[in-house]
Design a protein around this ligand. Structure first.
Ligand code: GDP
Length: 595
C-alpha cells in the first residue's frame, strides 16, 4: 500500500528509446558529470553526446534516487545509421556467414570459440580479457563459418559496436547459471541496431542446477521472444566444457545464413574492412582485414583510409600464407606504408600511383572531418569552461594495436567532467619512443602505455626529464590511474555543518580581539571547536572563532538546547555585541571529492 502511494507520487519524464547523455541530464535537471559518473559506476562508459538506451537510462535514474520515473516515448529514427554492406550483383555467389560472438564477461565466449575451433584463444589474454577482435574461420559440414571474437569488457564498447556492424549474425553467449547481465543487453542492442540475426547460445549447461527457463524468461523481458514461445529468437543450450550442443549450434548458424541468403561478388577488386592493426618487429605495419567482396591476392595494391599497401604477405589469421582471399575471409596483410586504422574500409586499386593519389585524398578528407569533429563533447566542454578554469590532465597514450588505442581514448574521454578533463596530447601504436618522452616533457604529460614496452634508453631519458611513464596490461587499471590523477585535480568541496544557536543575554567583555558573552542555547548543541556567525535580525555582523564555552564558572565541552552558558569569541575587528543578537555555531571542512 505504502509502495503504491509512493509510486503514484513519483513525477514522470518522457524520454526517447535512445537518448544522449547530455539530453537526459538536462531533462533530469542534474549536472551531466553526475550522470556520467553514475553510468560509469554501472560499467557504462558514455560521453555527453553518446546515446544510451531506455533500459539503461531507467536503471541509472533509479540508482540516482531522484524520485523520478521514466516513460518510454518510442521513436526509431534516433538510431545511428548502420554501415551498409556492399550490394551483390547477379553474379554473386554464396559466401560464409560472419558471426560476432558477444556477451557478458566470463560467460564463456572465449571457451566456446576454443571448443568450436579447437584452438586455444584463452591463453595470452591480459587480465583474462580478450582485448581486441580476433577473427578466424572454422569448417563445419564442408562449409566455412567466420567468427569474430569481440571483446568482453565494457570499456571496449567501441570495438564491440564495430563488431556488430561487420557481421551477419550475432551470437550472444549467456551463462546458464548467471543469466542476462548489462553487457548481454548491450550486445542485444548492438545486434538490433546493426539489423542482424541473433542466435543465443546458453552456455555452461553442464553446471548442476542451471535453469534454462529462467534465461528464456529474461530474454522475453528484453524483447527477445524465443521460437518455442512463438518468437523468432533461436536459442541453443551448449557447454564449452563438454562440447555438448556445439554441432547443433554450428548447424543452426549455417541454417540461419541459408535463410538470410548471404551472397557476395567473388570476382573483381577486393573490398572490406580493417579489423585490427599493429606494428610488428621486422614486418612493419600489419593489419587484420575482413574481405567483404571481390578477391585479394598477394602483390595487389590496396588503399585503407589514409594508408596503402602493396600486399607483401597474405595470410590466414593463424599465419598460413594464401594465394587469394575471398568474401567473409579474415586475413592478415603486411606491406602497409603506414598503419591503417581499425574500421577503415579498404579496396584494391590498379597501381601504386592510384594508391598514392587516393591516400592523399583520404588524408585531406580526414583532416577536414577531424576539424569538424573537434567541436565534439570534449572540446565543447573545454570551450564552455575556458573562463571557468577547466583543469586539464595532459597525457600521451601508446598502445599495441589501433583497436585498443581507440577504446582506451574513448574510455578516457568518458571521464571528463565540466571541471576536469583529459587532454590527449599524443597517441599512437607501438612502443614508447624518445619523441613521446620529449613531447611529454615539454607538455608536462604523463605517458601511459597499454601493452607496450619502454626501452631501457627511454627509461633513462624519462628518469632524467622526470617524465612519469606508466605501463598497464589491463585497461581498467589504466583508466583507474587516470581517474585518480583527475581526482587529485578536483577542488576540495567545502562542507558546513550547523551545530547550534545561542541568543545573547549579556555581554561581559569587549576588546578588539575578544568578546565574552552569556546566553541561552535555543537550537541544537554547542560544541568546540566551532566557527560562528553573529547575526542581528537577519543581518550578519561577523564571522568569528569560538574559543571557549562555560557552564557557570567551569569550562564545558558541550551545551545543550535550553541551557544557559558563557562563550568567548575571537574577533579580528571590534564588534559591539548586544543583547538579543544571535550566534550561530557551525563547522567548516574541506572534503576531497571523488570523480
Ligand atoms: P569470456 O570472458 O566470456 O571469454 O569467458 P571465458 O571463456 O574466459 O570463461 C569464463 C569462465 O567460465 C572460465 O573459468 C571457463 O573455464 C568457464 N567456462 C566457460 N564455459 C564453460 C562451460 O561450458 N561450462 C563450465 N562449467 N564452465 C565454463
Amino acid at each position: 500500500m505504502a509502495d503504491n502511494t509512493e509510486q503514484a507520487q513519483q513525477a514522470s519524464i518522457e524520454v526517447e528509446d535512445m537518448i544522449t547523455v547530455g539530453t537526459l541530464a538536462e531533462r533530469l535537471s542534474i549536472p551531466v558529470s553526475r550522470l556520467i559518473g553514475e553510468l560509469m559506476k554501472n560499467g557504462v562508459m558514455a560521453t555527453v553526446n553518446e546515446r544510451i538506451d531506455f533500459d539503461t537510462a531507467q536503471i541509472i535514474v533509479e540508482e540516482l534516487g531522484l524520485g523520478l520515473k521514466l516513460i518510454k516515448h518510442t521513436s526509431d529514427s534516433t538510431d545511428t545509421p548502420v554501415r551498409t554492406k556492399p550490394t551483390a550483383s547477379a553474379k554473386a555467389k554464396v559466401r560464409p556467414p560472419v558471426v560476432a560472438v558477444m556477451g557478458h564477461v566470463d560467460h564463456g565466449k572465449t571457451s566456446l570459440l576454443d571448443a568450436i575451433s579447437g584452438a586455444s584463444v584463452v591463453k595470452g589474454e591480459a587480465g583474462g580479457i580478450t582485448q581486441h577482435i580476433s577473427a578466424y574461420q572454422v569448417e563445419h559440414n564442408k562449409r566455412m563459418i567466420t567468427f569474430l571474437d569481440t571483446p568482453g569488457h565494457e570499456a571496449f564498447a567501441a570495438i564491440r559496436e564495430h563488431g556488430a556492424q561487420l557481421t551477419d549474425i550475432v551470437m550472444i553467449v549467456i551463462a546458464a547459471d548467471d543469466g542476462i547481465k548489462p553487457q548481454t543487453i548491450e550486445a542485444i542492442r548492438f545486434a538490433r541496431k546493426a539489423g542482424v540475426k541473433i542466435i543465443v547460445a546458453i552456455n555452461k549447461i553442464d553446471k548442476p542446477g542451471t535453469d534454462l527457463n529462467h534465461v528464456k524468461q529474461q530474454l522475453s523481458e528484453n524483447d527477445l521472444m524465443i521460437e518455442e514461445w512463438g518468437g523468432d529468437t533461436v536459442i541453443l543450450p551448449v557447454s564449452a566444457k563438454t562440447k555438448e550442443g556445439i554441432p547443433a549450434l554450428l548447424d543452426m548458424i549455417l541454417l540461419v545464413s541459408d535463410v538470410e541468403e548471404l551472397k557476395a561478388d567473388f570476382d573483381g577488386p577486393g573490398r572490406g574492412l580493417i579489423i585490427e592493426a599493429h606494428v610488428e618487429q621486422g614486418r612493419g605495419p600489419v593489419a587484420q582485414a575482413l574481405v567483404e567482396s571481390g578477391t585479394l591476392h598477394p602483390s595487389d595494391f590496396i588503399v585503407a583510409g589514409s594508408s596503402y599497401a602493396k600486399i607483401r604477405n597474405l595470410e590466414t589469421t593463424d599465419g598460413k600464407p594464401i594465394k587469394s582471399a575471398t568474401p567473409s575471409m579474415p586475413v592478415v596483410i603486411s606491406g602497409f606504408k603506414t598503419l591503417p586504422e581499425f574500421g577503415d574500409e579498404f579496396q584494391t586499386v590498379k597501381s601504386e600511383k592510384d594508391a598514392r593519389i587516393q591516400t592523399e585524398l583520404s588524408t585531406a578528407d580526414n583532416q577536414a572531418s577531424s576539424n569538424r569533429m573537434n567541436i565534439g563533447s570534449n572540446e565543447l566542454i573545454r570551450l564552455i569552461n575556458r573562463d571557468n578554469k577547466l583543469q586539464e590532465l595532459n597525457i600521451i597514450i601508446k598502445a599495441d594495436v589501433q583497436g585498443s588505442l581507440t577504446s582506451v581514448i574513448d574510455s578516457l574521454r568518458a571521464l571528463d567532467t565540466d571541471e576536469v578533463s583529459v587532454r590527449v596530447v599524443g597517441s599512437g601504436v607501438g612502443r614508447i619512443s624518445e619523441n613521446d618522452l620529449h613531447l611529454a616533457h615539454s607538455s608536462r604529460a604523463i605517458v601511459y602505455g597499454f601493452n607496450v614496452g619502454l626501452p631501457s634508453s627511454g627509461r633513462q631519458q624519462a628518469g632524467r626529464d622526470k617524465v612519469s611513464v606508466r605501463i598497464y596490461k589491463v585497461i581498467y587499471e589504466l583508466i583507474d590511474d587516470v581517474k585518480q590523477e583527475l581526482t587529485k585535480m578536483l577542488k576540495p568541496e567545502i562542507v558546513e555543518t550547523e551545530l547550534g544557536r545561542l541568543i545573547v543575554k549579556a555581554v561581559f567583555k569587549t576588546t578588539k580581539t575578544e568578546i565574552i558573552c552569556g546566553g541561552e542555547v535555543t537550537k541544537g548543541k554547542l560544541t568546540l571547536p566551532a566557527l560562528a556567525r553573529v547575526l542581528r535580525g537577519d543581518k550578519q555582523l561577523a564571522e568569528v572563532n569560538v574559543t571557549g564555552l562555560k557552564r557557570g564558572p567551569a569550562d564545558a565541552k558541550e551545551i545543550l538546547e535550553g541551557e544557559m552558558c558563557g562563550m568567548s569569541l575571537a574577533t579580528t575587528k571590534r564588534l559591539e555585541l548586544q543583547e538579543g543578537d544571535k550566534v550561530e555555531l557551525f563547522n567548516r571542512e574541506s572534503v576531497l571529492r571523488q570523480l
